[in-house]
Design a protein around this ligand. Structure first.
Ligand SMILES: [Zn+2]
Length: 350
């Protein structure tokens, strides 16, 4: 009997035979945020998580400090690199990762709770619906809908974790969603999009006056991002198309009629996303899952052995790295009032 990894192999090997360079657009010579031509390379990386072949570059604008993938992936390239990550072969593992984020979900709820009791909430980039599932325990009378490009959102609707699951892109579904929500959230979503400013335009369009927009993003200004370089998980190539400094996001919100109500820099910090995930990336590079259908060779005995041995050594090290992350996180948050992520809650003005 053919397993799912083996079944996916002919597709991936055919795509790879055609070359992955075709998945990149021509490099642009201006900043997509402010238009400046003052660009420099910030980081070069391969796909450290899935180990799909390809090379990616993040460039930084010298004028506004925006960081973005350049050259960026084409839509076909995004399909290729997202495939089997949130759905398919990666579905179960992502489900476990989403389920372990309870602390962040609680933090988002607390941030909003001080200002409003939501009536109808749309979570954009809702993944498998885990955040809505947590938040509706706090607000059982609130309608929670989720939107995502992945098939996991339909499953979330079947499970009852969201009232309605929209599968598609936010900008394309905008007309359908207008005037129905008093809260829209985007948690670790904007950095994945091709045109983040269009996403903010859409949020401004569908929210009515007094409505809230809650955003959570990785913070490119966090010091460990510089120290750990491409091993810092939040750079996440090739999925993260944009890394947006907080000031730029706040200014873009103001341009669209939003006033920031609260900003959280240290409270949004995700414990374990720094040293622990750096170690995980190193382990994934040393010993990827030998069954992965995009690897050049199939699961040989040697690859299986190496995978078992490397992860047997790595797992206890992960516990040590996590303990260090807890300590380090406390120190950095206390001394710099910063973290590896930030949250902004903004209200749409009249
Ligand atoms: Zn710029």
């Amino acid at each position: 009997m053919t397993g799912p990894y083996e079944a996916a192999r002919p597709y991936y090997q055919a795509e790879l035979a055609a070359g992955v360079e075709r998945f990149l657009e021509p490099r642009r010579d201006t900043c997509p945020w402010c238009g400046s031509a003052d660009l420099s390379v910030r980081l070069r990386s391969s796909d450290l998580v899935q180990r799909k072949p390809g090379r990616f570059t993040l460039e930084q604008c010298g004028t506004c400090r925006h960081i973005f993938q350049n050259p960026r992936l084409t839509p076909a390239g995004l399909d290729f690199y997202y495939r089997d990550f949130y759905d398919g072969l990666g579905r179960q593992r992502m489900g476990e990762i989403f389920a372990s984020n309870g602390q962040s979900y609680q933090g988002r709820v607390e941030m909003l709770r001080a200002f409003t009791t939501p009536k109808a909430w749309l979570d954009v980039g809702a993944g498998h619906g885990h955040f809505c599932h947590t938040a509706r325990e706090i607000w059982p009378g609130t309608v929670f809908d989720g939107l995502d490009q992945g098939a996991g959102i339909s499953e979330a609707e079947r499970r009852g974790w969201v009232d309605r699951g929209y599968q598609g892109t936010f900008t394309e579904l905008a007309d359908k969603l207008a005037s129905r929500y008093d809260v829209v959230s985007m948690h670790h979503y904007l950095e994945h999009t091709r045109e983040p400013l269009d996403e903010l335009d859409t949020a401004a369009k569908i929210l009515s006056t007094g409505g809230y927009l809650l955003l959570e993003l990785p913070d490119p200004d966090f010091r460990l991002g510089r120290v750990l370089g491409r091993w810092w998980m939040p750079w996440f190539q090739p999925q993260h198309q944009h890394m947006i400094p907080l000031d730029n996001l706040v200014a873009a919100l103001a341009d669209r009629g939003f006033s920031p109500v609260t900003v959280e820099r240290d409270a949004a910090h995700q414990v374990g996303a720094d040293l622990t995930l750096s170690l995980v990336l190193a382990l994934l590079v040393c010993a990827p899952d030998p069954r992965l259908p995009w690897l050049a060779t199939g699961p040989t005995r040697w690859r299986r052995l190496r995978h078992t041995a490397v992860w047997a050594v790595g797992r206890p090290l992960m516990a040590a790295a996590y303990a260090l992350d807890v300590l380090l996180g406390r120190v950095v948050r206390r001394t710099h009032r910063a973290g590896n992520a930030y949250r902004v809650l903004a209200r749409k003005d009249g």
